[in-house]
Write a new protein. Structure first.
Length: 368
């Protein structure tokens, strides 16, 4: 038996990237489902990025995508299971899909804990849970053992500062699942979503990873999905990377004010060989904000026009501030003649060296 598991699809973070996501990663998901059908398909929470109005194109495209998945699963007799993710992401979408496809023989949608006997394996489906105390959650989630658990939510020990704390008001809050509870109550493995990384905890608990990149926190994070193969109580897993996801790349150019023009061109040409127009680039720039530094910064902006870029400057204004102070002192110095001030201004602003006679002639003509 083969189970294919995805998590954190986040349909759709924004309208600008939606079409690329549909035509690349989601199309790839659909094609693999048709050409290499598993026995079971799991979506482990956070199907959507946020709740959308029913007339929002992102909502309509989400329904269109899930309808495709359901149709393929019905045609190929693939059992499709979806669990609800974080409330701020999935909202009521899983409940709505449950109603929309209520007559489906192969597709089920879970908004609360559920168990299923599938080919002799007991599977626990555990959507993200909200309780006032952890003991309430334990009674709810682990009232009987399972062979596999598919979950959405935080697990203790993954992110150091995320720890379970009971609500002092007893109002429901997001639960942090204890590793020992998943391990002690799940015979084979648990796999889920919520953390956008592929994480393996003792070969017993897995975070699947999100399918595509979403921000600069995804630098060096190879997205993908998981497949589990089971033969009685022997089982194995693989992680299938998605190399098609846009890359988030962080480049640092130090001392930009010291780079000759040709060196800057060479640096940028070499860096941009590593990226495509769908990638996201962040340049961190250091150096002096002088004429050379600003000229190179302008060159950088020209080179990367067709890319998705963020430029973070950490340039200091020491030289500029010193020149400004010098200019103020010079132009306010009463001992300096107006002609000398005009000569310096013309040189600084326009690179023109004026003779005294030219300045006197301009002043004389202007006063006629």
């Amino acid at each position: 038996m083969r189970i294919r598991a995805y998590a954190d699809l986040h349909l759709f973070k924004d309208k600008e990237t939606m079409n690329r996501y549909i035509s690349e990663e989601l199309n790839d998901l659909i094609m693999k489902l048709m050409n290499d059908p598993p026995d079971m398909l799991i979506f482990a929470g956070d199907l959507t990025h946020t709740s959308y109005q029913s007339d929002d194109i992102r909502f309509l495209e989400t329904i269109k995508f899930i309808t495709k998945v359901v149709t393929i699963c019905e045609t190929n007799k693939i059992y499709f299971r979806m669990i609800q993710g974080t409330a701020s992401h999935d909202g009521k979408i899983v409940e709505m899909l449950k109603t929309l496809f209520i007559d489906s023989k192969y597709c089920r949608f879970f908004t609360s804990v559920a168990y299923e006997d599938f080919n002799g394996y007991i599977i626990r489906y555990l959507p993200e849970s909200y309780f006032g105390t952890y003991s309430e959650f334990q009674s709810y989630a682990f009232d009987k053992p399972a062979d596999m658990t598919f979950f959405h939510g935080s697990v203790d020990g993954v992110i150091p500062y995320v720890k379970q704390k009971d609500s002092i008001t007893n109002l429901p809050k997001s639960i942090v699942i204890q590793q020992k509870d998943l391990i002690n109550n799940t015979r084979l493995f648990s796999a889920g979503g919520h953390i956008h990384q592929h994480i393996n905890l003792q070969d017993k608990i897995f975070y699947i990873n999100s399918l595509t990149t979403m921000s600069f926190s995804d630098i060096d994070n190879i997205k993908g999905y998981m497949e589990f193969t089971l033969d009685k109580y022997d089982w194995d897993w693989i992680y299938v990377p998605n190399y098609n996801a846009p890359k988030y790349l962080d480049f640092i150019i130090e001392n930009i004010h010291m780079k000759p023009l040709e060196e800057m061109k060479s640096i940028l040409s070499n860096l941009l060989l590593k990226v495509s127009s769908k990638d996201y680039i962040r340049f961190t720039i250091t150096g002096e904000r002088n004429s050379t530094g600003l000229a190179n910064l302008s060159l950088l902006k020209t080179y990367v026009k067709k890319y998705n870029i963020k430029i973070k400057t950490e340039m200091n204004d020491t030289e500029l501030e010193e020149k400004l102070t010098d200019d103020i002192n010079y132009y306010t110095d009463k001992s300096v003649s107006n002609i000398d001030k005009i000569k310096r201004l013309a040189s600084d602003l326009y690179g023109v060296d004026l003779e005294d006679e030219e300045i006197e002639r301009m002043i004389f003509n202007d006063n006629k």
